[in-house]
Structures are given as structure tokens and as C-alpha cells.
Design a protein around this ligand. Structure first.
Ligand code: MG
Length: 340
């Protein structure tokens, strides 16, 4: 997500949770506070390597799958979100939120990012990746950039290292470009992607790779018109924030699916249980219908509407309900009740 901060007055309501659960899960008796002990203990063991088949992402049994989880905030030094990059938070999200997938968001260009401090940022990413492997959940290694085409050699070196160290694990998903800005898909983003994918595929032949599209990963239509065909297991990133992205983006995404590409929502944000946020149910119904995975932005306590915890909440998980923001409560209910 671009680094915006707006204040929104939030009104709590559980009405939408009930609508969501009824629409997505016949077994609606499960409370978010009651997670069966074994439900999330081996999602990767059960599903194995994720691959693209037609416009779906399927598990090792060729069954289309949709998983729900959490994205960490930018990894940059001193941006505030980096303090949550620890094994304890991953463990808590798995145990208390039933999260099946986490996303480690490597900040690249901006202050305190990878280009300024490779060692610290890479250590944060590795911490989340290795914790997710330990917990048996999926993990996205995200090159969290708006200008990745300007630093392609750095991206190639980074993903080469990630593929060498983690490519053997079924847990791993590579996201090679978070949100391109207003640049050409065919002339800028796709050529960048082909170069980075070639490096990854020379080491890791099989793990899923997801690719962003122009205009903050909303121009999924451009990727659909000119998809990557020289490599297998490629899906395309779609991001939505309910305050900005409504029917028009779902229609665009549906058309992209109809054209045959697979979609992965590596970021979404809501404004919590507000009466004006009916959009989140529409999006979740869309994800459920189309078997699309989705990852919530973000694990942070910054004062913005998308943070899942309030300022000062523990950086090690162990959150009470009172530690969650309105957006955090909504995200927790969606993620912890998401049907496999
Ligand atoms: Mg592999």
C-alpha cells in the first residue's frame, strides 16, 4: 500500500460478519474465539506446493484453493511496522487468527529500506519466512516496491538468494513487484518480471510467483491482455482497499479471470465494522466464489485505518480483543472463519 494516512471514524457492527459467515460457511457456529486445535496445524502439509492451473491456484491434489492471511507492514527501519517481524507474532496469527499465509513486505527504495540497509531488512524477511516454515503455513516473499524496474539487479540478487535458501520449501511464494505505478505493463513491468523470474526459475523450478500490475496492482486487465507465457506457475497480483475499489475493480478482475489468468490478492484493506464498508462483504464473496486467496494489510499499530492493532499493542502477538482496531476485528473474523 502506498503510505497514506487518513482518519476515519469507525462504527462497530457485527451485522456484516454474520452476512459474511452465512454466505461463506454453512458451519457458522464456529466462533472466531474457538479455533479447533488441529485446523491450522498443517496447511502446507495438507496442500503442498501451490500451482497455477488455468485461472485457478490449485493444491497438490489439483483442487482449487483459497487461503486467508495477514501481510506485515513495510520492513523499513524506523517505520514502525518492523517491530512485528518476529516468530512470536507469526505464531500468534496462526494460533489465534487461524492465518494460513503471511506476507513479508521488503521495503526497497525508501528511507530505511533494503537499498539503505540490506542486512536488517533481509533479516526481518528471513525471520518471517523461517517462522512460517516452522508453523507450516504459506509465506509470501514480497519485493515491496513502487519502482522495482529502477533496481532490477538488486531484485535479481535478492530473489536468487531467496530461491537458493528457500526454494525447496512448499511454503514459499515469490511476489516480485508489489505495486508498479503508472508505467507500461508490456514495456516496463513485464520485461522486469521476465528477468527476475528467469533468475528464480534457474534455481527453483516450481514455486508460485505472483506479479504486480500497473497503477498499484489494479490494472490486472493489462496483464490479462499480455500475460507471461514463457514460464509456468505465474499468477497476478490484485490489491483492493474498500474505500477506493468497488464494483468496477471486481468487474475488471472477473474479466481477467475469464480471460484465463490466475489472481492472488496479496493486499486488501477495510475500514472495519463501519456501516459504510459494505464493500468488504462483496469482495469476500467474490474471493470465495472465485477461489482467490487474500492477505490483509497490515500487521502494524500505526494510526491509520488499516492497522490491525492499536498503538502500543504488544509486538509479540498475545493480543486481547481490546488491542485490535475495528479493521483488525473485522479481518480476524474473516481470516479465522475462512473456509478451506
Ligand atoms: Mg521449489
Amino acid at each position: 500500500m502506498c503510505n497514506k494516512s487518513t482518519k476515519t471514524i469507525l462504527l462497530s457492527s457485527f451485522i456484516f460478519l454474520h452476512i459474511f459467515i452465512i454466505s461463506c460457511d454453512n458451519d457458522s457456529t464456529q466462533s472466531s474465539n474457538i479455533i479447533p486445535e488441529e485446523i491450522d496445524s498443517s496447511v502446507v502439509k495438507l496442500n503442498g506446493l501451490l500451482t497455477v492451473s488455468g485461472n485457478k491456484i490449485v493444491n497438490k491434489n489439483n483442487k482449487p484453493v483459497s487461503f486467508a492471511g495477514n501481510s506485515f507492514f513495510w520492513s523499513n527501519d524506523n517505520w514502525g511496522g518492523e517491530k512485528f517481524y518476529n516468530a512470536s507474532t507469526v505464531k500468534w496469527l496462526k494460533r489465534d487468527w487461524n492465518t494460513k499465509i503471511v506476507r513479508a513486505a521488503m521495503g526497497v527504495e525508501d528511507s530505511g529500506g533494503y537499498l539503505e540497509n540490506q542486512q536488517a531488512n533481509k533479516l526481518r524477511i528471513r525471520t518471517i519466512v523461517e517462522s512460517a516454515i516452522d508453523e507450516g503455513i504459506y509465506v509470501i516473499i514480497d519485493w515491496h516496491s513502487h519502482h522495482a524496474e529502477n533496481h532490477i539487479e538488486e531484485a535479481k540478487i535478492f530473489f536468487q538468494e531467496m530461491a537458493q535458501d528457500y526454494g525447496e520449501y512448499e511454503n514459499i511464494i515469490y511476489e516480485i513487484y508489489n505495486e508498479p505505478l503508472d508505467v507500461s505493463w508490456s514495456e516496463v513491468v513485464k520485461p522486469y518480471a521476465l528477468e527476475v523470474i528467469e533468475v528464480i526459475r534457474s534455481i527453483d523450478p516450481d514455486n508460485l510467483i505472483i506479479v504486480g500490475s500497473p497503477e498499484w496492482s489494479q490494472r490486472i486487465d493489462l496483464a490479462a491482455q499480455d500475460p507471461i507465457t514463457t514460464f509456468a506457475n505465474i499468477a497476478y497480483t490484485l490489491h483492493f482497499y474498500t474505500v477506493y475499489h468497488q464494483d468496477w475493480l471486481r468487474e475488471r478482475a472477473t474479466a481477467a479471470l475469464d480471460s484465463g489468468i490466475a489472481i492472488f490478492i496479496s493486499e486488501w484493506g477495510s475500514i472495519g465494522y463501519s456501516i459504510i464498508d459494505l464493500e468488504v462483504n462483496k469482495w469476500m464473496s467474490w474471493c470465495h466464489l472465485n477461489k482467490v486467496s487474500h492477505v490483509n494489510w497490515s500487521v502494524n499499530d500505526k494510526e491509520e485505518e488499516w492497522s490491525i492493532v492499536v498503538p502500543g499493542a504488544s509486538v509479540l502477538g498475545q493480543w486481547q480483543e481490546s488491542d485490535l482496531t475495528a479493521a483488525g476485528k473485522l479481518a480476524k473474523n474473516i481470516i479465522s472463519n475462512w473456509p478451506d
